[in-house]
Design a protein around this ligand. Sequence first.
Ligand code: FAD
Length: 452
Amino acid sequence: MAETCDVVIIGAGAAGLSAATRLARAGVSVRVLEARDRVGGRTWTREIDGAMLEIGGQWVSPDQTALLQTLEELGLETYPRYRDGESLYVDRDGVAHRYTGEIFPAGPETEAEIERLVALLHGMSLEVGADEPWAHPRAAEYDAISWREWLRRQSDDETATDVVSLYVAEAMLTKPAHSISLLQALLMAASAGGFEHLVDEGFILDRRVVGGMQQVSERLAAELGDAVRLNAPVRRLERGDDGVVAYADGGIEVRAKRAVVAVPPNLYSRIDFQPPLPRMRHQAHQHVSLGLVIKVHAVYDTPFWREDGLSGTVFAPFETITEVYDNTNHDDPRGTLVGFVSDLAADASFGLGEEAQRQQILEGLARYFGPKALEPRVFYLSDWGSEEWTRGAYAASFDLGGLSRYGALQTQPEGAIHWACSDIAAAGYQHVDGAIRRGWAAADEVLEQLRA
Ligand code: FAD
């Protein structure tokens, strides 16, 4: 027996649930069909061996106003990331240097070159903007050159270009710098308010949510009650003149006037769209993919690095773990370090096998923080690439040339189908803030259609 409602939403991540609650608050009836046995998608707050860990998205920055507004509405509090003391920059020879401030102690000439490149990219990112980067007069040109190659052409200082490359490649898109375009890098920077913000970890990784980011989705879902169905992967979505029909596991069949597909674009092909989507969309979906990063958590009895005057922040562009931060939970006497192993290094790390992988990562942390780092109480490596309903981390980006060719199509409705997720956001692209913004935007499109 088919259920009927005004709007069916596919995916109960921050985007789908933001769309659903906005629609429900406007008096529209909704059903949310979620493939997993939980809500939250790429936000996932888990208790592992007695430690509360953020397996997915966690940080909030001051410009993420959609997320900040949502947190306030839901009664969720934030706290600042610990960052007192000196940070470490690990140079090309593996030597760790202590420093404070934003620019790494890479030597005066290299530092000046980094600053020059950052200023240049900041201006370019603001000029291209996050809303329609494909519409910039030089979009095709910027999309035809790799981020790596463009940087190389700007400077002979390899350390400067490697460091600047990291802010987008390893740290954000989590793909090798040769596989993403300059245009995609500029979108990433513009979506965060400009390249200068990407460089400023004090800004971009400012605060965390007390009790965990997944609560955003949990609280939005609680507001929707029975309208959210878990363990309901949508397998088929039909669209016609009088609306849509979504078919999910468990014999679920939902008839609605409109649908919001709130899953990352790499998973669109898991749904059998009938009639098939137009050719251009099928092409577009084959040029967008998720990056890959391992989020490493190591929990210790105390945050022992603080006694040594260290903030816990490490930048190591030439090492396996390229970034480390103090990720100690609010009001927790234990100390937690979080590290990131990105793209090619992630492939190599997984290739080692579990024991050797653990050893390699802990030895890496020990080189930064001393032998105490070798013995965590809790150790956990995220494996988003193996998650059937995600398949990577953090989010999606186009291959070379894809953004200028297909970008404009991403948010355009297809008949009664609308699209939402952080991967197709402008401001907040790849972040929880962008998921919420796209959720709201899709809901507004739907409301306009329903009222027409
Ligand atoms: P998702 O969260 O992916 O939600 C999509 C939902 O759709 C999922 O629940 C999925 O199960 C479901 N689904 C998929 N296919 C189907 C189907 N066929 N039928 C039904 N349901 C389906 N962002 C930040 O802002 N700050 C951070 O610090 C940060 N760090 C991150 C660290 C990691 C390791 C990862 C993985 C992400 C991080 N992000 C961060 C990114 C952020 O978590 C995501 O951009 C955001 O949560 C995406 O939300 P979404 O709703 O767009 O997509």
